[in-house]
Design a protein around this ligand. Structure first.
Ligand code: FE2
Length: 479
């Protein structure tokens, strides 16, 4: 690859960078330039190169540190050091650190061309003698990590780029619709080849209209083809060798095994999501029905669900419990189905009988929910959400920590939302006033620790508390 190789020039002097670029581009190399070692490392993260020509003394990350990082992170990238302080000690040190060569400024165009050409001849020799063991071990390390398939794809593609030096790499997976792709230039991936055609030529080395060498290998386990790997080089780069092809087939066998299992995992996950939807559909039906009956209760329930999840997270509850809290929040007042419109929307005070009726709504709610097996865990939260911490609540008069934690959480956020919503008999209270009243009820009506945590949630920012839904007028039932 004497011509057509990719070189990154790193120097804090723009004039020198331009001069080096001109010399190297005249020889047919592709070049890029950056000002310092930090920018060089950022560049290499997104686009590996064959050779880095770097100044020694630069601010921030200097040439020696860049060399060290290249050796560790990009072993297939060579480094030539440039310096205006060319002592023999520095040269020896840089070579010991793994620099391929070393040049002192000022240097001639011929000297630079010779050094770079020598570098690319050495690369060719190394490629011819390359052992497949190192890249295969690296591949094995990537594939054995417990990370999701898309991250595995990206890690595999980066390894392929370091090992085979393609200009574009595509890893296409069949069957599940997952396709990982990455080119060294955004959007430039094999535009003339539809994916179906790539499947048809799997395993063969073919030319494309782009003109560069292409290597395509199927990802196959037994008779099952799970995808295809396609590599493309620039038009003026050497073709992939038979050794490249053999090594890529070894890669493909390993990758196919992992993605076959990933596909199985995806199918199981899809099945789980279907089950989850089936589980939640009665909840949605109930919420929709409740909305038809009483829009305020529906909107209030949605806010309570949101707040309950926030408070549950704040208390460090596991994700499953936070989800259950959300469902309980949505359904905590479902028992209001049993309360007539006249009572729900009454503007004046309730009679003793009406109040009694209203106070039965937790029990009525549980009557509705207890027939649904999937909502078994939600029932205690709905049943007890009007208990008071001092034992003066309903329906059972439980006190303190005898009240289920989920019900105590619902009580706090239910009270907060009731106070900060417009009602038929009074406008919404300010957050400040509602906070004052929550604190007044801490330890008597409400669990004081949870009130403190809820205030902390509110202090984090009001934006987090906002959810869709309007506060339509309805009858107050929670104060
Ligand atoms: Fe309620």
């Amino acid at each position: 690859m004497e011509n057509g190789g990719h070189i990154l020039i790193v120097d804090d002097e723009a004039q020198i960078r331009r001069l080096i670029r001109r010399i190297l581009e005249r020889c047919g190399y592709r070049t890029d330039e950056v000002e310092n070692g930090r920018q060089a490392l950022e560049f290499l993260q997104s686009e590996p190169v064959d050779l880095v020509v770097t100044d020694l003394r630069m601010p921030d990350v200097d040439g020696l540190e860049l060399l060290e990082r290249c050796r560790a992170l990009y072993p297939n990238t060579d480094v030539i050091m440039l310096t205006g302080f060319g002592t023999i000690q520095t040269a020896v040190y840089a070579m010991r650190q793994g620099a391929l060569d070393y040049m002192t400024k000022p240097f001639s165009a011929a000297e630079l061309q010779d050094k770079v050409a020598h570098c690319f001849r050495q690369r060719q020799r190394r490629a011819a003698q390359r052992s497949p063991i190192e890249p295969l071990l690296e591949l094995n390390r990537i594939l054995s990590r417990p990370i999701d398939p898309s991250k595995i794809s990206q890690a595999v593609i980066r390894l392929i780029e370091r090992t085979f030096a393609p200009v574009h790499t595509q890893l296409t997976l069949f069957g599940s619709g997952r396709v990982g792709r990455r080119g060294r230039e955004d959007g430039a991936f094999l535009p003339d080849r539809p994916e179906g055609a790539i499947v048809d030529v799997a395993g063969d080395e073919v030319d494309t209209a782009a003109g560069g060498p292409v290597l395509t290998v199927p990802l196959r386990v037994g008779d099952e083809e799970v995808g295809v790997l396609t590599l493309l080089r620039w038009r003026n780069e050497p073709p992939f060798s038979p050794e490249d092809s053999r090594l890529l087939h070894l890669f493909a066998g390993q990758i196919a095994l992992v993605f076959l299992h990933a596909d199985t995992r995806q199918r199981l996950w899809d099945a789980f999501r279907d089950l989850e939807r089936a589980y939640l559909s009665p909840v949605q039906t109930l919420i929709d029905a409740l909305g038809l009956h009483d829009a305020y209760t529906r909107d209030h329930s949605q806010r309570v669900a949101h707040y309950a999840r926030l408070l549950g997270q704040r208390c460090g509850l596991p994700d499953d419990d936070v989800e259950r809290l959300g469902i309980a929040g949505l359904l905590h007042d479902v028992g209001k189905f049993g309360i007539g419109d006249g009572t729900l929307r009454k503007a004046g005070s309730l009679t003793h009988d009406e109040l009694d009726h209203v106070r039965r709504h937790p029990v009525m709610g549980v009557r509705i929910l207890e027939g649904i097996d999937a909502l078994h865990d939600i029932v205690p939260m709905v049943w007890h959400h009007h208990e008071r911490y001092d034992g003066k609540g309903y329906p059972d008069g439980l006190a303190g920590e005898d009240i289920p934690l989920g019900a105590r959480i619902l009580a706090v956020v239910d009270a907060y939302d009731s106070m900060t919503s417009d009602r038929s008999y009074r406008p919404a209270l300010s957050v400040k006033e509602a906070t004052k009243r929550l604190l007044a009820g801490a330890g008597s009506q409400l669990d004081g620790r949870l009130v403190t945590e809820w205030i902390a949630v509110m202090d984090k920012g009001s934006a987090e508390l906002e959810i869709a839904g309007s506060a339509e007028e309805g009858r107050a039932l929670h104060e």
